[in-house]
Design a protein around this ligand. Structure first.
Ligand code: KG4
Ligand code: ZN
Length: 348
């Protein structure tokens, strides 16, 4: 039963955590959102520099809060892919150095595997097989999870990821960054049926597309056209809450439709939600309600484990560690790495 200290710096959160199997002993997240907000998105060079400034304190705080010492830590884990290369390098340099100094085994972890494992942190009995809907700033993926390291990608986004669509629509509406939480809050005061927006149809394989793929760029363009039309009609101020609610309604419907169609085809009875967009209140509610109606179980991490954190990375590493997986200290960082290739990160 491994105790892992993990580091996560793949994007704009500097995070460290100590986890004993699925039990979180500490989880510290230093968010850079305020730094990037004025640019309307993450600036990679600034992210790397900020990670460098905060990583030391973040790791120390995580160890202190866990009330453990280095002697109690079985291994050090660090996100190595996918993400911003400069940002990943910061965490990896620190993780590898700590592993060398304290003579601990080292494990590189795939960020998306971490998002899948976020659900394990609060579900002692969760076991594969299940279907994971992973929705973040960079990914919209439907993954069949057959076991630790055994993943099958069944659907992905053909263009913008779900979180990216939230962020871009928020920018169109001048709402600020990151768009997801702002649109989520605004939508609660709006009418989701005010404007009809395209959800994207599920197309059968014979139609030329994978049926579980998602596409959000058409929806984003439809919101842009709607805003232009409302401006032309002199609708001032814009009905921002109604637009936000209608947009969110379209995204949630598109995602939920695909998840249940896929779960049925795959004959799985459990669905796991992960990634930053899993924090969306309407997605959580509609998924839970529909799963109940269909007799499926649904597992959704609490909000703090949906967005980027290191506890989920430690949890994934802990299972790899128990299986005897270790990474070499010359493991690199990868801006992209298919989830199906996680085995390449380890030597057994
Ligand atoms: O997983 P994450 O923290 O970072 C990535 O790995 O990308 O996801 C960040 C994304 C952002 O696009 C953000 O707008 C979105 O998650 N997000 C949300 C909500 N909270 C964060 N989207 C919709 N509703 C939310 N409540
Ligand atoms: Zn993430």
């Amino acid at each position: 039963m491994a105790t892992i200290l993990a580091i996560e710096t793949s994007c704009d959160e500097t995070a460290a955590a100590v986890v004993h199997r699925r039990q979180v002993l500490s989880s510290v997240v230093a968010s850079q959102i305020d730094l990037h907000r004025r640019y309307g998105g993450v600036v990679p060079e600034l992210a790397s520099r900020e990670h460098l400034l905060t990583i030391g304190d973040t790791v120390n705080e995580a160890l202190l809060k866990s009330q453990l010492g280095w002697a109690d830590i079985d291994a050090i884990a660090t996100t190595c892919a996918p993400g911003l290369v400069g940002a990943l390098l910061m965490g990896m340099s620190v993780g590898k150095t700590l592993a060398m100094v304290h003579q601990k085994p080292f494990l590189g972890v795939h960020h998306l595997e971490g998002h899948i494992y976020a659900a394990y942190l609060e579900q002692a009995n969760l076991k594969p097989p299940f279907l994971c809907l992973l929705v973040s700033g960079g990914h919209t993926s439907l993954i069949r999870v057959n076991g630790c390291g055994h993943y099958k990608l069944l659907g992905k986004t053909r263009d913008d990821a779900a979180g990216e669509a939230f962020d871009k629509v928020a920018r169109l509406l001048d709402l600020g960054y990151p768009g997801g939480p702002i649109i989520d809050r605004l939508a609660q005061q709006g009418n989701p049926k005010a404007f009809k927006l395209p959800e994207g149809n599920i197309s059968l394989p014979a139609g030329g597309y994978h049926p579980y793929d998602a596409s959000f760029s058409g929806l984003k363009t439809a919101v842009l056209r709607l805003i232009e039309r409302l401006h032309a009609e002199g609708a001032e101020p814009l009905p921002v809450a109604d637009i936000a609610a209608s947009f969110q309604h379209a995204v949630v419907n598109a995602l939920v439709k695909r998840v249940f169609r896929c779960a049925q085809d795959q004959e799985v009875s459990a669905i796991v939600l992960g990634g930053g967009v899993a924090a969306n209140s309407q997605l959580r509610q509609v998924l839970t309600q529909t799963a109940g109606e269909k007799g499926l179980s649904v597992h959704i991490p609490s909000l703090k484990f949906c967005t980027d954190n290191a506890a989920m990375i430690a949890c994934a590493a802990s299972e790899h560690f128990d299986q005897g997986h270790r990474s070499r200290l010359d493991l690199g960082v990868y801006s992209r790495l298919p989830l199906e290739q996680v085995a390449e990160l380890y030597q057994t």
